[in-house]
Design a protein around this ligand. Structure first.
Ligand code: PHB
Length: 386
């Protein structure tokens, strides 16, 4: 072989390898709770994510998707080890997770340090798109401030409540949700008179319900979700409090939980970036496909998982599957409106959804849409420098 022919052969061989490499599967690390009070939320997120991938023929940006799963148990003390398993042991291309804000903050720190793309499909930790914001970190869900602030406004302006007590699990999500409510409520003339807490994921509420009954506020605002939300709403009704003191919350209090809450939740008002009865063609086709695939009605968590896959798809299409092109990947997501079942939304500079927050009312097994409580609400993104 002449040197020139040898060189040509080598070039061809390299090109073939490169072509092959580009077709390698994209490794998605799903870090979600598959045990504990948030199990149903983790499962709904995974279902929604996989539904979108299936709709795309199992591929995004020309690459087949492969999954590696970790059960994070909603345990912040295990979070750094768990996320490093995905980054260092499994060498994933992208991480999708998680539900719990404390776990998500550890994930954001590891993602920021390693540069791995992270898409958060639930956890609202304000810091993730605040002081911890980074070009490779995105959220398909909400910040804890968003639905909470909208509920504070509704409680004061529309429901004309003056004095409220808040109750939550004591961790980042609960604290920030209460702060968001207080922000919206007090700006509009209300006053939070007492803030009650229980440790996460404790569900012993009796002593605090007795305290609420004695204080007789005009309203109660609660942040709980999953199994804990079921228990809290039922205990509140069992104590007879729902007859005299309206219970408000971000929509997590009644989303994916109504089968179990039954009568106890009827009539409750909550605010969230998703609702039943939106009746848009986009939402209807999503709900039909989800129900067919999983024999279940979707909830907000399913939508967030689905939209995490949509965001990943938008980024990967722009870089033709080459996820190492991070700046182009991010630019594509930043400039595209995401055609979500919730209604289309955009991604802010800090990479959090700018979205409508709905006021919803529990009617039977549905969180029926009443109105848009806050149009195109953007998180203040305090502390994000990007
Ligand atoms: C959170 O920890 O950020 C969190 C968990 C469950 C929810 C909402 C927020 O439903």
């Amino acid at each position: 072989m002449t040197p020139r022919i040898a060189l040509a052969a080598l070039t061809l061989a390299c090109l073939a390898t490169l072509g092959h490499a580009q077709q390698a599967k994209l490794k998605v690390g799903l870090m979600l709770p598959y045990s504990g009070t948030y199990t149903a939320l983790g499962v709904a997120i995974e279902n929604g994510f996989k539904l979108r991938i299936e709709e795309q023929g199992g591929k995004l940006g020309g690459r087949e998707i492969e999954y590696v799963k970790v059960d994070d148990e909603s345990d912040p003390s295990k979070a750094t080890d768990n996320v490093n398993k995905l980054i260092k042991r499994d060498n994933v291309d992208v991480i999708v997770g998680t539900v719990h804000s404390g776990v998500a903050m550890a994930m954001a720190k590891a993602a920021k340090e390693s540069g791995t793309i992270l898409i958060v499909p639930n956890a609202g930790a304000d810091a993730v798109t605040g002081p911890m914001c980074a070009p490779n970190i995105f959220r398909s869900s909400f910040s804890n401030w968003q639905p909470a602030y909208a509920m504070g406004e509704v409680a004061a302006k529309q429901e004309k409540k003056k004095k409220a007590i808040t109750i939550t699990w004591k961790y980042a999500a609960g604290n920030e949700s209460v702060n968001g409510f207080k922000d919206g409520f007090e700006k509009n003339g209300g006053q939070v008179t007492k803030q009650l807490n229980v440790p996460f994921p404790n569900v012993e509420f009796q002593a605090l319900l007795t305290e609420i009954a004695a204080a007789k506020p005009d309203a109660v605002y609660a942040f709980f979700a999953g199994g804990g939300a079921v228990k809290f709403v039922k205990d509140y009704a069992a104590a007879g409090l729902n007859k005299t003191i309206p219970l408000y919350g971000p929509g997590f209090l009644t989303d994916g939980t109504l089968d179990a809450q039954g009568e106890a939740a009827q009539g409750m008002l909550t605010t969230l970036h998703y609702a039943d009865g939106l009746n848009t063609p986009r939402d209807t086709s999503f709900r039909t496909a989800y129900a067919k695939a999983f024999k279940l009605q979707p909830d907000v968590y399913a939508v967030q998982g689905y939209d995490a896959a949509q965001m990943l798809g938008i980024g990967l299409a722009a870089v033709k599957g080459d996820i190492t092109k991070k700046a182009e990947f991010a630019a594509a997501i930043e400039k595209t409106k995401i055609d979500s079942p919730r209604g289309s939304f955009s991604i802010s500079k800090s990479h959090n959804p700018v979205q409508d927050i709905y006021l919803r009312k529990v009617d039977g097994k549905e969180n029926k849409m009443i109105s848009i409580a806050s149009k195109s609400l953007a998180d203040p993104a305090r502390g994000c420098k990007m």
